[in-house]
Design a protein around this ligand. Structure first.
Ligand code: SIN
Ligand code: MN
Length: 265
């Protein structure tokens, strides 16, 4: 899948590209089921909210075949390689739960702020791709973004280790107010299988989920191989140290896996 000139211009201007229903329900159903199994396990890679509900599962592409296929999927890998003009490797891989009733806030932040400060990533040449595993609605803790904020470089931030179970470099209210006055705030919604690709410096957050509806999202963080990290402060299953370029699988790989592993089969 190649990005058109218009998509490249839109990404440059706004800092994101949203593609509703990029994956079919058949491709997503198997991932949704396997995510729930992963959350039930007591793996060290599964982090929880203070209530015990799952918050995020790291590195599932290293221990689950369906998530490995998603992490090498050409619909995700090819556009990012095209944008960076080189091959990419997986810097981080998360399945964020935002569990019904218990899914807690993610404060306003830029992901590159963490990659630079904690992992010594040289440049913001890594991309986040969010793949919705459930329908994302205005009410179940959607991601919120400030369009065009990626143009502002890496902003001052403080290390928040208290408001949730996940340490994050977060922005202050005055900065967020000023950015929102300039760019507004959007919250892309859509069916499971929708994909949001966003710049490492695009400011984003998400509110708690107090509805009965789940909101699972997988995040691939794809980094240009020449931009690999230089500090190894975090666990290697949080900030990966394997800089091997990803070789994309075939476009129907996930569908084939779903056909042979679906619960209905
Ligand atoms: C993130 O910003 O890294 C995660 C936010 C979310 O899943 O709501
Ligand atoms: Mn983030």
């Amino acid at each position: 899948m190649k990005l058109t000139d218009q998509q490249l211009a839109e990404f440059d201007e706004l800092g994101y590209l949203f593609t509703p229903s990029c994956f079919s329900e058949a491709e997503i159903q198997v991932l949704r089921d396997e995510a729930e199994e992963i959350y039930k396990s007591d793996r060290k890679e599964v982090w929880r909210e203070d209530t015990g509900a799952p918050r995020t599962a790291f590195a599932a592409h290293t221990y689950n075949e369906a998530f490995r296929l998603l992490g090498s999927h050409p619909r995700l890998i090819d556009p990012v390689s095209q944008l960076f003009g080189e091959q990419v490797y997986m810097h981080q891989y998360k399945i964020n739960a935002k569990a019904p009733f218990d899914g807690a806030v993610w404060q306003w932040h830029q992901d590159y702020g963490t990659w630079a400060r904690d992992d010594g990533m040289p440049e913001p040449r890594a991309m986040n791709i969010a793949v919705f595993l459930d329908e994302v609605m205005p009410i179940n803790g959607p991601l919120m973004f400030i369009p065009k904020s990626h143009k502002r470089g890496t902003l001052d931030a403080s290390h928040d280790t208290t408001t949730t179970s996940y340490p994050l470099w977060t922005l202050d209210n005055d900065t967020v107010t000023e950015l929102a006055d300039a760019g507004g705030i959007i919250a892309p919604t859509g069916p499971a299988g929708s994909v949001m690709m966003f710049h490492g410096n695009l400011v984003h957050a998400s509110p708690p989920n107090i509805t009965p509806y789940p909101r699972k999202i997988v995040y691939l963080t794809l980094n240009a191989v020449s931009n690999h990290i230089t500090k190894f402060n975090r666990e290697d299953w949080i900030a990966h140290r394997d800089f091997t370029p990803i070789d994309p699988v075939s476009d129907d790989a996930l569908l084939e896996y779903a056909r042979s592993h679906s619960k209905a089969a």
